[in-house]
Design a protein around this ligand. Structure first.
Ligand SMILES: C[S@@+](CC[C@H](N)C(=O)[O-])C[C@H]1O[C@@H](n2cnc3c(N)ncnc32)[C@H](O)[C@@H]1O
Length: 361
């Protein structure tokens, strides 16, 4: 059975960055808990309709809809994830970050026809593509944030899962989509939202926030040492020519951040990471999921999380360690073998941590 679903409920509440000072000391995203349950039988409205927004028309004339293309994303740490989740035929498994569907397909093979895979993603284009590419497989998909998985599982009639996988961050498909601004060389609008219906696009934050707040975002979410310098340059530039595209931002950052001697990474990397995290409230969502997901694991069920940077990995490590419902199975994070990194350089920063549900409260 293949069901497409739309768990999106418009967020009427104020965006966390609506007031400049609201960002300070923020620990959670209250909107997350207030969203209503998934509607697992309703079909997505046309994805294209959702995308034709005013700023897209003004700033990005060409449209390359990711949903129309076959996924180019190569899933990371696949055999390690399958070993870790230790699924049996007939099992129930949840993929909280469907992306190109690479992991979900392998999970479906593991649980077989008598099992179930419930998969969600925040990105409506991912869901639209899944409708086409995963049709015929026993995978139920829903558009949802993974921190709302308990509501999705309720709607799907699943009480407890035998395994849950989160593969954090963004996919190669999103990176390659010129209309979304994830790639530094993109001429499309600097949007950076996984779900274009939620939150504020990055270009608007750059046009609106005070230098202090921008610097705080760059420092807290990108660990950018030159955060004040970059923020000041953004504010100076917007007085005569506000930043609209990813390429404009990358060029500006490169002009004011020195290239680190021993690192080959682009100086714009930290700024883009920070803005993406801010726009999507990624850390709040992860923290919320870490509190909520263990409750939906059967005793003996496993939670596997792949992170790509230290801000995520630290949160996963501490949450696993401090949760009485969980037993940590990975003292150190599992890293990809050299052969995998050679095949897929994107895997190089991947870190897998796994915990098992024990009785606990
Ligand atoms: C690294 S990709 C996953 C790739 C996938 N495992 C595969 O095999 O193709 C991460 C995906 O997670 C989605 N995502 C990021 N944060 C999310 C969240 N809080 N809730 C649901 N999906 C999220 C992104 O839209 C993206 O499609």
């Amino acid at each position: 059975m293949f069901l497409a679903a739309n768990c999106s409920v418009r967020r009427a509440e104020r965006h966390p960055f609506a007031a400049d000072s609201a960002h300070k000391g923020r620990k959670d995203a209250p909107w997350v808990a207030r969203r209503s349950a998934a509607l697992l039988s309703s079909w997505m409205p046309s994805v294209y309709d959702q995308f034709v927004s005013a700023e897209r028309t003004v700033f990005s004339p060409g449209t390359t809809n990711m949903a129309e293309h076959t996924s180019i994303h190569i899933p990371v740490l696949v055999s390690e994830v399958l070993d870790a989740l230790h699924l049996q035929p007939g099992g129930v498994v949840v993929d909280g970050t469907l992306g190109g569907g690479g992991h979900a397909r392998r999970l479906a093979e593991q649980v077989g026809r008598s099992g179930r895979v419930v998969a969600v993603d925040r990105d409506p284009q991912v869901i639209a593509r899944a409708e086409r590419e995963l049709a015929g497989l026993p995978i139920q998909v829903a558009q949802s944030d993974f921190c709302e998985l308990p509501e999705v599982l309720d709607a799907a009639g699943v009480e407890l899962a035998d395994g849950i996988l989160l593969d954090l961050g963004l996919s190669s498909d999103q990176l390659a989509d010129d209309d979304r601004g994830f790639s530094f060389e993109s001429e499309g609008v600097l949007d950076l939202r996984f779900d274009p219906e939620r939150g504020e696009p990055a270009w608007r934050l750059l046009a609106r926030l005070r230098a202090e707040t921008l610097a705080q975002i760059l420092y807290n979410y990108g660990e950018e040492r030159f955060s004040r310098r970059v923020a000041a340059a953004i504010v100076e530039r917007r007085r005569y020519d506000p930043i609209r595209t990813a390429r404009q931002l990358a060029q500006l950052v490169r002009s004011c951040v020195p290239v680190a001697k021993h690192h080959r990474i682009d100086p714009a990397t930290r700024t883009f990471q920070a803005l993406r995290i801010a726009v999507n409230q990624e850390l709040a969502s992860l923290e919320h999921a870490l509190r909520r997901l263990p409750e939906r694991l059967a005793v003996g069920g496993r939670l596997a999380i792949i992170s790509f940077h230290s801000l995520e990995d630290r949160r996963v490590k501490l949450a696993f360690r401090d949760d009485p419902r969980l037993r940590v199975l990975t003292r150190k994070p599992v890293r990809p073998a050299e052969a995998e990194v050679a095949r897929n350089p994107r895997a190089s920063s991947a870190r897998l941590r796994v915990a098992e549900r024990v009785q606990g409260d």
